[in-house]
Design a protein around this ligand. Structure first.
Ligand code: ADP
Length: 158
């Protein structure tokens, strides 16, 4: 089964990576797709984010990394994916994720959205928290892959 894991990944966290590793074990092929969304005013360029994900998923032979714009359902169709994978941390994620899942279902009824519950150890992790801590010089080594920690240190001149 071909599965699409879309997101901003600005930057990739260990929470995302955990979802990717578990998805890779569950499905035949996993495409991690970075949404080109300039309106979100990202810290890292799409190219940097692709590189961060590629570097951190080298050990997973059935994981492919791509960038996309437009509708997720259209990109899923282009990839031949029958499932969209998303992660759930807390109740606060649920409302937003459910709304997107229903929207996508209304656009593409054949496409299913599956959710993986966050690993407890990563339940507090988000890209914004990581950026906030890194911006003020805090240690993020336990929150992101090594390459991402280095990129954050460079970004915030540490
Ligand atoms: P988006 O802007 O599309 O929400 P994100 O990069 O913030 O993109 O998140 C992509 C997906 O990964 C979302 O489904 C989000 O809930 C999930 N996710 C983010 N952080 C974690 C985490 N720590 N554990 C599990 N899932 C997560």
């Amino acid at each position: 089964m071909q599965v699409l894991y879309p997101g901003s990944f600005d930057p990739l966290t260990l929470g995302h990576l955990d979802v990717i590793e578990r998805g890779s074990a569950l499905f035949d092929q996993l495409v991690v797709a970075v949404l080109r969304n300039p309106s979100k005013n990202p810290c890292f360029s799409v190219e940097q984010r692709l590189q961060q994900i590629e570097q951190s998923t080298q050990h997973l032979s059935n994981v492919r990394v791509a960038a996309f714009d437009g509708l997720t359902v259209d990109f899923a169709h282009q990839c031949g994916a029958s499932v969209i994978l998303r992660g759930l941390r807390a109740l606060s994620d649920f409302e937003y994720e459910l709304q997107i899942a229903h929207t996508n279902k209304s656009l593409a009824p054949q496409l299913e959205t599956l959710f993986l519950a966050t690993a407890t150890a990563h339940s507090f992790l988000s890209s914004s928290v990581v950026k906030e801590v890194a911006r003020f010089g805090g240690s993020v080594g336990h929150m992101v892959p090594t390459g991402v920690a280095e990129d954050l240190a460079r970004l915030f001149n540490q």
